[in-house]
Design a protein. Structure first.
Length: 97
């Protein structure tokens, strides 16, 4: 059961990362600033995603280090940080694909 739950969490983490990546890409493309320049769109997307995610990771790490959060909450925060890391990786992989 433990392995199944671990695989389920990993699957949901990757699904969250892909959904956030493509929704951000859609939102940037909808601005009309990158018409016809897919490379610039991918580069701006990767930089934007990285900056926002690093900010989120910083604060989530501070939250996980707080003494008033329990062990279960800390484990959940670490899973969210891992999913955010996957999102950063996806965005840069798409830039150089």
């Amino acid at each position: 059961l433990g392995r199944f739950l671990e695989m389920l969490v990993t699957t949901f983490s990757m699904s969250m990362a892909w959904a956030m990546f493509f929704s951000t890409r859609w939102a940037l493309a909808a601005t009309g600033l990158f018409d016809g320049d897919a490379q610039l769109l991918c580069l701006v997307l990767a930089c934007l995603v990285s900056a926002v995610c690093f900010f989120c990771i910083y604060w989530l790490d501070k939250l996980a280090d707080a003494e008033w959060t329990g062990e279960t909450v800390d484990d959940v925060i670490l899973q969210v940080i891992s999913a955010i890391g996957i999102l950063i990786g996806f965005s840069w992989e798409q830039t150089f694909d």
